[in-house]
Design a binder for this molecule. Structure first.
Ligand code: NOJ
Length: 745
């Protein structure tokens, strides 16, 4: 088996040289070829290229089938791409029809939602975002690409780069959390991982940042709901991860289901043409979301599918996924001059660009190789990486009196909770071909870690939503008689994801009650949370000595959690999203505005707060403990004032006061104190994962440049403004040291 990980160090170097500039998709040589192909295409063939269908789905053995009528369409050149089709055999068979039987022999594109793995399941995206580790982010995408491409996939509908400030929204699990800067970094490294450094690495597939735009801002956190935000918020909060993905070469993009300011994205010319294709210079293709063109009728802006097709194609949606609006109507609309053929030509051109860039015209069968499929699926290297990613994605929320890590020679331990023995849940919300038989549960992971001298007992305690207390007494009895208890509670993996919004984010069912009962009999209680969104965990946070946030960690979940519990890995993850104290606090995010009356603890003052709840989060953005203790000191700047062409060096000393080596994620925030628009109280602008050996001190320096101080102003120009700034450096968004400087213009 070839080793794939090796490429990353090279790529990091290449990045600094290659990716300062925007990566281009257009290549003058192929543009001429594309134009000549378009010039000989019939209207039907053009419509075919911008028409996408799904497979009949797949069976339990992962074998996909295609609807018979679609086979005929391939032959006629009336379908350009499919989703949900994979496998060397079937993709080869379909591609053969396209390139031998269709008139123009244009190859097909095969797309799939490879979100956190194809067959080798990695941690869910929100978990990997908690690693703040771009090596992990890049390599996870790279392995996903290698495995998916080896199974016939050309194009993944990922990364989801939607900023999510509302944990009620079920799709928070698919993204990188609440912060535009962290989200932009993650978007960049995922795109580079999937697309393999602009297709220079083997088994590269197209990335598709989604859902454009502001899908995470749905009112009330209810999926598909209305979005109504200002354009400055759109540009400063929701667009940065998209811009980062595009600047790093993302060649495709998916528009969102939601409306913004009363216009659904799939009909939003301003969003797709003015902003995306003109202002941001996007050269690739825009695919609709599943039937989002058809849904324009429900939105109430299209009378029928003909109307919907006119709106979407004019708005700049290049491919219709599954609604048949283009297929059924475009020909008539062109023939009756209701649609300009130039618009269709532009959409076709964008599709062909992607096919050329992937090299499909040269070799349409490049990913239909049975030996690649065999060699590059579920490899040991991928499984090992899944464990590495998983342990780095875990966030230690609480560790009173250093109860963790546990020693491996403890006499007895009780493992409690349905989730601890569930093979299905670690697969997360987009398990695709992930097989629960390959999952290592928490119970198995702990058994793998300990030898026979430790007595390990297990009880389910209770199920996730079931109200039966049938197993309470068994769980309590085992807990009473054990030195330590590991209680694994949280959500079912299907409680987050598409259409999985919730009106309250408490721990489901009677799991917290179980925790309380166990705590009464054994105070050595370690809670392991498995969930796809922040949960309100106030009682746990106030009472139990240790809490680990583990999200859904993929195939190696149990081994990775055991690595952390028993100290083989010193936790380093940090929250990419705020944990509120109550659902009523939502939306609650660290980079909020100050308001005219910032919240005060003095309730006699009239300030922006709830009178019945603290104004602070339960756990802030960027929060996460380690088994090491770090002391930050001496935050210093190399100048107190700078002009636009200067850079500012920000340095800080960090001491590891413990006897354990550790990795700390050092975070730098700024506040623009006076600006032409109100600015957040803090904005993340840099971070670094730093290895700090036991009992040693190190100095970290960051360099801030003019662009780091800039934002989109009222004219939507990205500019910095003269004035005073604060700079903060610390271990999370709240525990920081502060200094200040002035930008002079
Ligand atoms: C709908 C989802 O919103 C989108 O994220 C996904 O890529 C498509 N379905 C295709 O499966």
């Amino acid at each position: 088996m070839k080793k794939f990980r090796f490429y990353f160090t090279l790529l990091l170097f290449a990045n600094t040289c290659l990716f300062a500039q925007k990566v281009k998709l257009i290549n003058s040589k192929t543009e001429a070829t594309i134009d000549s192909i378009i010039s000989i295409m019939t209207i039907e063939e053009k419509i075919g290229q911008i028409n996408q269908y799904s497979a009949n789905w797949w069976d339990f053995n992962g074998v996909c089938t295609v609807k018979p009528e679609h086979l005929l369409l391939i032959e006629k050149g009336e379908v350009g791409s499919f989703l949900n089709i994979f496998g060397a055999d079937i993709t080869e068979k379909l591609q053969k029809i396209a390139v031998t039987k269709s008139r123009l022999k244009i190859p097909l594109l095969f797309a799939l939602d490879v979100i956190h793995g194809f067959k080798t399941t990695f941690p869910v995206p929100l978990a990997e975002a908690s690693s703040w580790d771009m090596d992990i982010i890049f390599n996870s995408a790279r392995y996903q690409a290698i495995e998916a491409a080896s199974n016939g996939v050309h194009w993944t509908f990922n990364p989801m780069v939607d900023i999510a400030r509302d944990p009620r929204w079920g799709r928070i699990v698919e993204g990188a959390g609440e912060d535009p800067y962290l989200g932009s970094q993650i978007a960049k490294y995922r795109v580079l991982g999937y697309q393999g450094n602009n297709f220079t690495l083997p088994f590269s597939i197209f990335a598709c940042p989604k859902h454009f735009a502001a899908y995470g801002a749905v009112e009330g956190g209810r999926d598909y709901n209305t979005v109504d935000i200002s354009e400055t918020t759109l540009f400063n909060v929701y667009l940065p991860p998209f811009i980062s993905a595009l600047n790093n070469g993302a060649g495709t993009l998916m528009c969102s289901f939601n409306e913004i300011g009363s216009i659904p994205s799939s009909a939003n010319k301003h969003l797709l043409r003015d902003i995306l294709k003109t202002k941001l210079g996007f050269e690739g293709l825009v695919v609709s979301d599943w039937n989002s063109i058809g849904e324009l009728i429900n939105h109430g802006i299209a009378l029928d599918s003909k109307d919907a097709a006119i709106l979407s194609i004019n708005a700049g949606v290049d491919i219709d996924m599954e609604s048949n609006s283009y297929f059924n109507n475009l020909k008539e609309l062109i023939n009756t001059n209701k649609i300009d053929i130039k618009i269709i030509n532009d959409a076709v051109k964008r599709v062909l660009r992607v096919k050329f860039a992937l090299g499909l015209f040269e070799n349409p069968f490049k990913y239909c190789n049975k030996s690649d499929e065999k060699q590059n699926t579920l490899t040991t290297e991928m499984i090992d990486f899944s464990r590495e990613s998983a342990k780095k994605s875990i966030v230690l929320l609480k560790n009173n009196d250093n109860i963790l890590p546990l020693k491996k020679d403890i006499k007895s331990i009780a493992i409690i909770g349905y989730l601890a023995n569930s093979k299905k849940n670690p697969l997360g919300s987009w398990e695709q071909l992930g097989d629960s038989n390959n999952v290592v549960t928490l119970l198995e992971g702990i058994k793998n870690k300990l030898n026979n001298s430790t007595k390990i007992d297990y009880s389910v305690g209770c199920f996730i939503t079931d109200s039966s207390r049938k197993y309470f007494s068994e769980a309590i009895e085992l807990s009473k008689n054990s030195d330590y208890v590991i209680l694994n509670i949280g959500e079912d993996s299907k409680m987050t994801g598409e259409a999985k919004s919730k009106s309250n984010i408490n721990i489901p069912g009677i799991q917290e009650e179980l925790a309380k009962e166990i705590y009464k009999v054994n105070k050595n209680l370690i809670v392991v949370l498995s969930n796809g969104r922040p949960l309100t965990i106030n009682w746990l946070s106030e009472n139990v000595p240790a809490i680990l946030e583990t999200w859904f960690l993929g195939l190696q979940s149990g081994n990775a959690i055991a690595d952390v519990i028993f100290g083989d890995y010193n936790p380093s993850g940090k929250l990419p999203v705020t944990f509120p104290r109550s659902t009523g606090q939502i939306p609650f995010y660290y980079n909020h505005k100050n308001t005219g009356r910032p919240s005060s603890n003095d309730l006699t003052q009239l300030t922006s707060r709830y009178t019945d709840l603290s104004s602070s989060p339960l756990y802030p953005f960027g929060y996460g403990l380690s088994y090491s203790t770090y002391k930050y000191s001496n935050l210093r700047l190399d100048k107190k004032s700078l002009n636009e062409s200067d850079s500012l060096k920000v340095s800080i000393d960090i001491e590891n006061l413990s006897n354990r080596d550790g990795n700390e994620i050092v975070q730098l925030y700024i506040q623009d104190i006076t600006a032409s628009l109100t600015r957040p109280v803090k904005e993340l602008k840099a971070f670094r994962k730093v290895f700090i050996p036991a009992n040693s001190k190190t100095t970290i320096s960051f360099t801030l440049k003019n662009d780091d101080l800039a934002f989109y102003n009222n004219q939507l120009e990205f500019v910095s403004e003269a004035g005073n700034f604060k700079v903060f450096v610390g271990t999370n968004s709240e525990e920081v040291l502060v200094n200040s400087f002035e930008l002079i213009k």
